[in-house]
Design a protein around this ligand. Structure first.
Ligand SMILES: N[C@@H](CCC(=O)N[C@@H](CS)C(=O)NCC(=O)O)C(=O)O
Length: 218
């Protein structure tokens, strides 16, 4: 059987692609990457055939076509229950789904004010109030998880979809030098040492293309 195909775009800028890719890695899925350039019109036309939403990541696996990150995560959790992408305990699982959903549907100010850019560093970056409210909520959500489940990951000693969904937030906090409490700073360091995360970041740094609007000067 042909392996699964994960369609992604830039490793440096695409936070949703990082999430989809990380979920596939943590699930232990045998997959190949297909990289499309979102700026190339012919690649965009091809993408429309693959992904009705025009968005990536997009996973194709044994007849299943999944073009939304949260749906990819749920698909993988069902396909590979042994990977523990969702906590085994019912109430922890509900909590995990709630904070994954919160990331998927919210934090608009954080996402637009602090775009993912793994090659960049902005020491002392000044965060505007709207984005700070989102940052405060992320810190509260992480702190509650770390205190409740004991770390080092959000739901204890195994990486789950919650860590996947917040992984690009970890990188944004580092890129934009966001002030964090001790527990959350330690959590960021832990995530940055996850081998799959290190693999993605290394590839992102080797990417040649730069998207001008996202390489803003602050
Ligand atoms: N809600 C979607 C969001 C996916 C998304 O916004 N993907 C971006 C890349 S990070 C994209 O494909 N953008 C298309 C474009 O920039 O033309 C998901 O969960 O997968």
């Amino acid at each position: 059987m042909a392996p699964a195909v994960l369609t992604i775009s830039s490793k440096n800028y695409s936070s949703w692609c990082l999430r989809g890719w990380l979920a596939c890695k943590l699930a232990g899925l045998d997959f190949v990457e297909e990289v499309v350039s979102l700026e190339d019109p012919s690649a965009r036309a091809e993408l429309l055939l693959l992904s009705p939403s025009f968005l990536v990541p997009r996973l194709t696996h044994e007849g299943a076509k999944v073009w939304d990150t949260l749906a990819i995560g749920e698909y993988l959790a069902e396909l590979k229950p042994e990977a523990g992408l969702l906590p085994a305990d019912r109430t922890a699982r509900a909590h995990c789904r709630a904070i994954c959903g919160e990331m998927h549907s919210g934090f608009y100010n954080l996402r637009s004010a602090l775009p993912m850019n793994l090659k960049a560093r902005h020491p002392g970056h000044k965060v505007w109030a709207g984005a700070q409210a989102d940052i405060d909520r992320v810190i509260a959500a992480w702190s509650e998880c770390l205190a409740t489940y004991g770390g080092p990951y959000l739901f204890g000693d195994r990486l789950t979809l919650a860590d996947v969904m917040y992984a690009p937030v970890v990188t944004r906090f580092i890129t934009y030098d966001v002030a964090l409490n001790r527990e959350c700073a330690a959590y960021c360091r832990t995530i940055m040492k996850v081998p799959a995360m290190m693999e993605w970041i290394e590839a992102a740094k080797a990417e040649p293309s730069e998207i001008e609007e996202l390489d803003m000067e602050f």
